[in-house]
Design a protein around this ligand. Structure first.
Ligand code: NAD
Length: 404
């Protein structure tokens, strides 16, 4: 059975490598630095749009961040319509209402302002409003037939990297599952990585979203699909996150640390969108869907355990990540440096207030969580992990998260 799992996952990996050879993945135009949101607004005006649908959440409207950007767009002569009904982990109904809103108000482009939830919802709203496809028609890999309306993004968290990826995650509320849409047409046209819009992000969300970015970078670097280009991006992101996340959490108004986190999150997204992710995500998606835990926190809870599981098979790759993080020394063996990486991740998590247990996880949820995680990691997506996991090993890792 284990042999078949390995064979199937490798076949899926080969298939995705072949497909990636035939698709061209563009990179968005990037504006970065404090105030870059205004530069993006000027660019949107130059691209000739008349009316832009702003996709966001109510919190960001209340904080005044959306008003700031909308005022800039209107100064540039662009009309705006705000759709602020996005909730964390957006579901199909929120996206479908957004599409209706976009069509009713005759918008011709979509601007996302917010975290991964707003960005993911906006990507699907733009694709489906500007084409005749419905959100459920484009689930899975490479099912988007036409580009739809242009997508612009201003991320206000530094974590998901959605502004760089060809991915959108939409929750099926009834089935309690996260559905994936993966297509190069989901890569945004242009983005602003503006730290001045991130200074009010509370420490706990800064910590959890930052760990999401670190997980992307580490899983991408450990992926069997990694290339020289993705390694450069992933390892650069690792170094920037180890160097800046704690400062961003403890001194939220530090623009340098905020900008470094925004750039690192973008690099990590640009890397994992090619290499795919691994068991940390396979498990975290289920923990998020079953226990309603924020995505970054769910990743952070599993990350040290999965790294520990990999040590005997992936010490050289982990040692390379440790080096990028500035952890351990060049005289260490690979195994010693891999161990140092696990310890450093645990220490970073402790320093930024990430808990070790998932309070909402109950013993009776473990079986379902394990089944779903292995289905996602081995069956559905065939994650290109450096070491395959048996069911008992997976269950043992999940049980470590049960509240003591
Ligand atoms: P989020 O977008 O759900 O936002 C979390 C909270 O932070 C919200 O309440 C929001 O209002 C608040 N917030 C955001 N920016 C703020 C700011 N500057 N100041 C104050 N509050 C602010 O969280 P997230 O972690 O960014 O996104 C998670 C979603 O992204 C999940 O649905 C996950 O599945 C998805 N995701 C997508 C990708 C991708 O490639 N598309 C990758 C990873 C995760």
């Amino acid at each position: 059975m284990h042999f078949l799992t390995v064979l199937y996952s490798r076949a899926m990996g080969l298939l995705s490598r072949i497909m990636l050879k035939f698709i061209s993945l563009s990179s968005p135009l990037i504006y970065s630095g404090a105030g870059s949101y205004a530069t993006l607004c000027s660019a949107i005006a130059r691209f000739g749009h008349k009316k832009v649908l702003v996709v966001t959440d109510k919190m960001l409207v209340e904080l005044g961040l959306v008003g700031q950007v909308v005022a800039e767009l209107e100064k540039q002569g662009i009309q705006t319509e705000i759709y602020d009904a996005v909730l964390p982990d957006p579901d199909f109904s929120q996206v479908e209402n957004g599409i209706k809103h976009c069509l009713q108000h005759s918008c011709d482009a979509v601007l996302a302002i917010g975290g991964g939830s707003s960005l993911d919802a906006a990507k699907v709203i733009a694709i489906c409003s500007g084409s005749d496809q419905a959100p459920r028609d484009i689930l899975g890999y490479f099912s988007v037939s036409s580009r739809g309306f242009p997508i612009y993004c201003i991320p206000t968290t530094a974590g998901t990297g959605s502004e760089a990826t060809m991915v959108s995650v939409i929750t099926d509320a009834e089935a309690r599952t996260k559905c994936f849409i993966v297509d190069p047409k989901l890569v945004p046209n242009a983005v602003a990585l503006d730290p001045s819009l991130m200074t009010g992000l509370p420490p706990a969300i800064t910590a959890a979203t930052g760990m999401d970015a670190l997980t992307h970078a580490i899983e991408s670097s450990l992926s069997r699909e990694a290339s020289d280009d993705t390694q450069t991006k992933a390892l650069t992101a690792v170094g920037m996150i180890f160097g800046n996340l704690e400062t961003a959490v403890k001194d939220g108004s530090n623009l340098e640390a905020r900008e470094a986190m925004a750039v690192a999150s973008f690099y990590a997204g640009a890397a994992f969108t090619i290499t795919n992710v691994g068991y940390v995500h396979g498990l975290a998606h289920q923990l998020g869907a079953i226990c309603h835990l924020p995505h970054g926190l769910a990743n952070a809870l599993f990350l040290p355990h999965i790294l520990e599981f990999y040590i005997d098979k992936a010490a050289p790759q982990m040692a390379r990540i440790a080096k990028a993080a500035g952890v351990g020394s060049d005289s260490d063996s690979d195994a010693q440096r891999a161990r140092a990486l696990v310890d450093a991740v645990r220490q970073l998590e402790a320093n930024i207030g990430i808990p070790q247990y998932a309070d909402a996880l109950k013993p009776e949820m473990v079986e379902e969580l394990v089944d779903r995680a292995l289905h996602e990691s081995h069956g559905l997506y065939g994650y290109p992990v450096p070491k395959y996991m048996r069911r008992a090993e997976c269950e043992e890792i999940v049980r470590r998260l049960l509240p003591a």
